[in-house]
Ligand binder design. Structure first.
Ligand code: ATP
Ligand code: MG
Length: 410
């Protein structure tokens, strides 16, 4: 991608109302643009990161038999009345149409998926079933804050599973928990498996929490087991045990045993081997990809900007041409850009002729692409470029014809 033609503009100023690192750096770096409190546009650079996060999640959901669908964000009032959540859910966005109808904007999709499942599940032979989506969700959060960490419009991966027995549900629930461990590891995050209060159908639900000073949740970590407990379930007994360390964290994923709450509300039953009608048992599993993006920035940045983990970086190489009036440098940079791209390396190419070296370096540090490659009159004299990983202070000289090889081996 040629930066001279890219829809990207970094900025030196910050919105004053949100001082969290992710809001500040993502806006300054031209990844997102604030529309209003808790609502953001994802600009090209930000959309690339979001897509990488979501693709990792998608790959792992597919690997555990998830069927991807896309449900409507606009929900019927009727389904939400059926479960009683039209009145009981305080964060539900409600819409009145000019034509006398009322709708909800989906904050989660049990109310949509359960009636859909009704048309697919009849007998035990139709179970188990797992369906997921990657979608924009809406919640009327009392306080939207900390940039992408708590939005009113945000991205969610929501998976729903349907089972004939508690044993089957439990088996799949653990499979999903393992899948989540893989996902967060691939995303470069240490996420703690955290016991949270469970609701009606199981003793616990489980959250995946990332330790974060700017996080909203207080959790208690057992460093020996790498597991944690949420504040609400942390007992006097736990406290007395002395094995837990209190810390702040941000929830990136959440898994729930829903039991028969939704299947009973919608009459979702199946016929078992003996011909008896039984309620389907359900579970739901969420991850917030946009929140994950915010958490990654909170975790991986320095005073100059973002330091993206390779797996989600918008590009792998930031190629800076410091050509000035040296046409040979400009030509060599163009060729290098073409060669790298042909070799499958994702390159953002700062070919801007009107920018000074200092500005290009500052932008590069702010945007946080893992490898910076600089070509200038000085490096070209040695048929070389200067290569610098974003998270390392020192740069090294690499021969131009060895660059692709070098990048493949780091
Ligand atoms: P929280 O406790 O942070 O309010 P939640 O328990 O209500 O979240 P779920 O309903 O389980 O969250 O949603 C699944 C996932 O969606 C969460 O684990 C989180 O990653 C993400 N998420 C939830 N609410 C928001 C929000 N307002 N903005 C961004 N991401 C969110
Ligand atoms: Mg929660």
């Amino acid at each position: 991608m040629r930066q001279s033609k890219y829809f990207l503009k970094t900025s030196k100023t910050v919105a004053k109302d949100d001082t969290s690192a992710n809001a500040r750096l993502l806006e300054q770096g031209g990844f997102i643009k604030k529309e209003m409190a808790g609502v953001y546009t994802f600009l090209p650079l930000g959309l690339r990161v979001l897509a990488k996060i979501e693709n990792i999640i998608r790959e792992e959901m597919d690997a555990i038999g998830g069927n991807e669908i896309l449900m409507p964000a606009l929900n019927s009032k009727e389904n939400w009345t059926t479960t009683g959540r039209w009145d009981s859910m305080d964060i539900l966005f409600k819409i009145k149409s000019e034509h006398g109808y009322e709708y909800a904007l989906g904050p989660t999709h049990e109310e949509t998926i359960t009636p859909i499942a009704l048309s697919v599940i009849q007998s035990y032979k139709d179970l188990p079933l797992a369906v997921y989506q990657l979608q924009t969700k809406f919640r009327d959060e009392a306080r939207a804050k900390s940039g992408l960490l708590r939005g009113r419009e945000f991205r969610m991966k929501d998976l729903y599973s349907f089972h004939a027995s508690n044993e089957d549900l439990e088996k799949y629930y653990n499979e999903v928990a393992d899948s989540y461990r893989t996902i967060f590891k691939r995303l470069g995050l240490d996420a703690l498996y955290t016991y949270a209060s469970g609701g009606t159908f199981s003793q616990f639900s489980h959250e995946f929490q990332v330790e974060l000073e700017s996080g909203e949740d207080t959790i208690y970590v057992n460093d020996k087991t790498s597991e944690a407990k949420n504040k609400e379930i942390f007992t006097e007994e736990d406290k007395a045990s002395g094995v837990y360390r209190e810390t702040m964290a941000c929830e990136v994923g959440n898994i729930f045993n829903l039991g028969t709450k939704f299947s009973e509300a919608f009459g979702l039953t199946y016929t078992d081997q003996e011909g008896a009608s039984k309620p389907v048992i359900m579970a739901s599993y969420g991850i917030g990809p946009s929140r994950v993006m915010g958490v990654l920035v909170e975790k991986f940045h320095d005073d100059k900007g973002i330091i993206w983990p390779t797996a989600v970086a918008p590009f792998m190489v930031h190629l800076l041409a410091l050509s000035g009036k040296d046409e040979a440098v400009a030509a060599a940079a163009d060729k290098l850009y073409t060669d790298l791209t042909a070799a499958g390396v994702e390159v953002l190419y700062d070919d801007r002729a009107d920018k000074m070296a200092g500005e290009k370096f500052a932008d590069s540090d702010l945007i946080g692409i893992p490898f910076r490659v600089v070509i200038s009159t000085k490096t070209l004299a040695e048929d070389s470029v200067e290569l610098k990983p974003r998270n390392i202070v020192d740069a090294s000289m690499v021969k131009i014809n060895e660059l692709i090889n070098t990048l493949n081996n780091v």
